[in-house]
Design a protein around this ligand. Structure first.
Ligand SMILES: [Zn+2]
Length: 269
């Protein structure tokens, strides 16, 4: 009888917590508005123009279209395991390594985006912890995590920011290189994206390709906190892909991300 009572009490508590959390998420006007507006676009035939102004430069929307073939978009709320959070007390940052598992991401020179971004994300966690932040990672190994799940996991933690680590791809013109950021055009995201491209460009010496906006990138559109997709470089550029696979270079990218997050947090909050 006691065991039954405990079980019922736990079930009721979990139910209440989940209900409160789900209400909190629904009440976010930004999230609620976007949830029904997400449109997935396959733009694989669209061409990035190296020197075009922002409006003419096409989003790396394969970040969505590839995943959309791999998963059902659901309305499930996901809750992060807080025991996975490590680091200091300066505030929580979510580091999201793109792709994983059955989703390789972009390919170049025998390498897969999912592998390189995980290495960069792990270095980023170290760099952020060194600056006093605590970090939650949406994946720490080669597992598949859905796009909606990534945003939902982050929302469940209410972090200061989320940085989603990706690599760009443009096989049609291998000379294209540099760092750029994609986000949803709203307060917080804009400043974080600008800080990320600026600091990573400074640390690595690569071209700062700027900040671009899209409404249909799931991770940035469905997250409640400032959230940015950082395209750290082009896996289809031979020199840049070699750099991105090099641990010392990965540490430079990670340091740039950590400096950007630190600068952003200091100014925004
Ligand atoms: Zn990607």
């Amino acid at each position: 009888m006691f065991a039954v009572c405990v079980t019922v009490a736990v079930a009721i508590t979990v139910g209440i917590v989940r209900f409160v959390k789900s209400r909190k998420m629904v009440e976010e006007p930004y999230t609620a508005a976007l949830a029904s507006n997400l449109v997935l676009v396959d733009n694989t035939k669209q061409v990035p123009k190296e020197d075009a102004p922002a409006g003419d430069y096409f989003a790396p929307l394969y970040e969505n279209s590839e995943d959309s073939e791999l998963e059902e978009f659901d309305d499930i709320d996901y809750y992060a395991d807080i025991s996975q959070i490590t680091g200091g007390d300066k505030g929580l940052i979510v580091v999201d390594a793109g792709h994983g598992g059955k989703d390789s991401g972009a390919l170049g020179f025998g390498m897969m985006e999912k592998d390189l971004v995980l290495q960069i994300a792990l270095q980023t966690r170290k760099a952020l912890i060194a600056k006093g932040y605590s970090v939650y990672m949406t994946r720490v190994d080669d597992s598949f995590v859905g796009l909606k799940e990534r945003a939902s996991l982050a929302n469940s933690l209410d972090p200061l920011a989320m940085v989603s680590i990706h690599l760009n791809s443009y096989p049609e013109l291998e000379s294209v290189s540099g760092v750029e950021a994609w986000t949803y055009e709203r307060s917080g995201c804009i400043e974080l994206a600008q800080a990320l491209t600026e600091k990573v460009s400074l640390e690595t010496g690569v071209k700062n390709r700027g900040v671009y906006y899209a409404t249909n990138l799931v991770v940035t559109s469905k997250a409640n906190m400032p959230s940015v997709i950082l395209e750290c470089g082009y896996i289809t550029n031979e020199q840049e892909s070699a750099n991105l696979a090099d641990q010392d270079y990965q540490k430079k990218v990670a340091l740039g991300v950590a400096k950007a997050v630190d600068a952003f947090v200091g100014e925004y909050y």
